[in-house]
Design a protein around this ligand. Structure first.
Ligand code: PLP
Length: 287
């Protein structure tokens, strides 16, 4: 039975209970993070905790813990659970109210929940063949930089992708490609790696930032800039990134091959660099 963390306690998964008056349950009033741990080492912990703090501030929920306290809780959770590689999910909701009201009282105590599950290595077939994606209109709100637990549009978009036989949906808003339903977007054009700049219309992905950092470190030319729908469709390579899925090469978009229909040379280079970085985290040589 996996161990979870709930409001200061570590307990078996099936004993964790949250009130039906929790604002997370009734309104989706909360924020979350997903943090991989490789060989017991939390991946890019500081940027994840910074993004958590940014999300909490944006929705006016006090951060219940300091960075060292979060680190202690999450390391203990990973230590309690099985799996060399794990994915930690944590969420903080605004707390439990006395009667249902959209407006929130100032003195609520946030509900803190975290769990950790084993994650397998990405399927090697992915690097070999890539994934299929479809494009969909971005039906989300104007504050996609907040990692809110209110995920109904993302749920519906990804379900639409799955029902269309695709692994992910790439979202279009006002003629521009923003990100995936649960991932960030990169394209390659004439050897240049391009990803949309951060802003309220996309989640500032931790993997996105790492890919940019690794590109800079390895002399791969990159630019942060808007990607029009035409540029997306004409790209030599399309990648989607996320903490748990890492870097996914999109080889078919809306039924049309991307480039020559196989993972491209820049993807293969970055995939190797990323794998080395992940191994360094596992061995405690990188964070
Ligand atoms: C909408 C969205 N964009 C981007 C990402 C990727 O973010 P990260 O690399 O921090 O996992 C996610 C991750 O879940 C996401 O839900």
């Amino acid at each position: 039975m996996p161990t979870v963390f709930l409001n200061g306690e570590f307990l078996p998964h099936d004993q964790a209970r949250v009130s039906v008056m929790d604002r997370g349950f009734l309104f989706g009033d909360g924020v979350y993070e997903v943090i991989p741990a490789y060989g017991g080492h939390l991946f890019r912990l500081q940027p994840h905790l910074q993004r958590l703090d940014n999300s909490l501030q944006a929705v006016r929920i006090p951060n219940p813990y300091t960075e060292p306290q979060w680190q202690g809780i999450l390391e203990e959770l990973v230590g309690e659970n099985a799996g060399t590689d794990q994915s930690v999910y944590l969420q903080v909701t605004r707390g439990v109210m006395e009667r249902r009201d959209h407006a929130f009282p100032a003195d609520l105590k946030p509900t803190v929940f975290a769990m950790s599950n084993p994650i397998p290595e990405p399927d090697p077939a992915l690097a070999e063949h890539g994934i299929t994606a479809i494009s969909l209109d971005d039906i989300r709100w104007q504050s996609c930089h907040i990692k809110a637990i209110t995920l109904l549009p993302n749920v519906l978009l990804r379900q639409q992708a799955v029902e269309a036989g695709a692994a992910e949906a790439i979202l279009l808003r006002d003629g521009e490609a923003t990100e995936g339903a649960a991932s960030n977007l990169f394209i390659v054009r004439d050897g240049l790696l391009i990803t949309p700049p951060k802003g309220p219309l996309l989640l500032p992905g931790i993997t996105r930032d790492l890919v940019i950092e690794l590109a800079a470190r390895h002399g791969i030319p990159y630019r942060e800039g808007a990607i029009s729908e035409a540029e997306l469709r004409g790209a030599d390579e399309v990648w989607l990134t996320s903490s748990t899925k890492e870097i996914m090469p999109v080889t078919t978009l809306d039924g049309v091959p991307v480039g020559d229909g196989r993972p491209g040379p820049l993807y293969r280079q970055m995939h190797g660099i990323y794998r080395e970085y992940k191994q360094a985290v596992r061995e405690g040589r990188a964070g």
